[in-house]
Design a protein around this ligand. Sequence first.
Ligand SMILES: [Zn+2]
Length: 388
Amino acid sequence: MTDIKFSFQDKCPVCRSHGRQAISLMKYPITELYVDWSPEFLEDGFLDQSLLFCQDCSHAYLEKVLDVKFIYQNYITTSAASQGAIDCLKGFKAFVERHVSVNGYEMLLDIGGNDSTFLSYFSDLDLRLINIDPNATGGERYELNKCFLEDVDLGHYKGHDKKIIVSSHTIEHLAQPDELVRRISESLNDGDYCFLQFPSMEMLSKNLRFDQICHQHINYFSLASIKMLLGKYGMHILDYEYDDAHFGTLRVAASLNNVATVDCCLADLSFSSIVYNYEFFRQYYMCLNDALLPIFENGTGFGAGLMVPTLSYHLPIINSLRQIIDENTSKHGKRFINLAPEIVPLARLNLADPVLITSISTKSAARAIFNKLAMLDIKNIVLPTILT
Ligand SMILES: [Zn+2]
């Protein structure tokens, strides 16, 4: 993969100020890519990356934007919804329903709706359910609009009142999130609502989860930066909440009118706090790695979730494991493009061996693996994270 395509982004995608490098991630692994395993390990799938921080609007973003379309065309990826993702969508549904009675609306548009999971929660109601996503799938109940999100034409929905636009874990992937927000704003009428959820930079930094930084997440919004972006196009935050179950999510409810907006309690997110917390995180994993080295050299890991390569970047003992157990049969006999261990079925687990849990990107995934290993009476289980 020597010809990884990418572009540079030196200006803040929200306010166009110049960001400052907060974190340098030399030779940072690309996640989500699996290749067939062979005894000879050929290293591939790395790119020097930086996390930049805009002090004008408290937005963090990547310096290099990977050409994801190119990557996905050339390698095996898996996109099965994880339990953590499902839990997060259910939390999003509850948040939406706290603000609106969906039943009284005429259409619900889900931008980045994927397999229509979120829309399916409302399939019994009498309203149009529209899934806008280049990979949109779902049954006849849903109107599928397959287009790239930066190109989506929302203008023809302007003529419709009583609509709700939602977008879950999507805007962090967009190189030009302002373009999507502008189109959303231009399609809204008074009385319409927009709900967004995405990983929050405050939570990532506060919870020391820098392993959640990945090349696919270009934006790391804070409450301050999403407020600025929405405000740029005449939208106001009516309410918000944080949920640390899945990628430290931030949810916001927004609309065009500014009646009853809330005071946003902006968290203490600064350039120096990010730099300080990252260094603390790095030292923690460095010490943990030294402690685990004699136990897990040539040992066993559990969980080949999408984000293992970024955890391994900070906890390199993962690359010295012999095998990583996973119950997803489509991954068996494979490895991550940038990691040596073979992904194998549960039958290959020796119950006397210690096990390192390698899928920790969401709380529910890590907890489920821990419970399974405890049930199997594994004597030594290591869950290498700070909060789970
Ligand atoms: Zn900015």
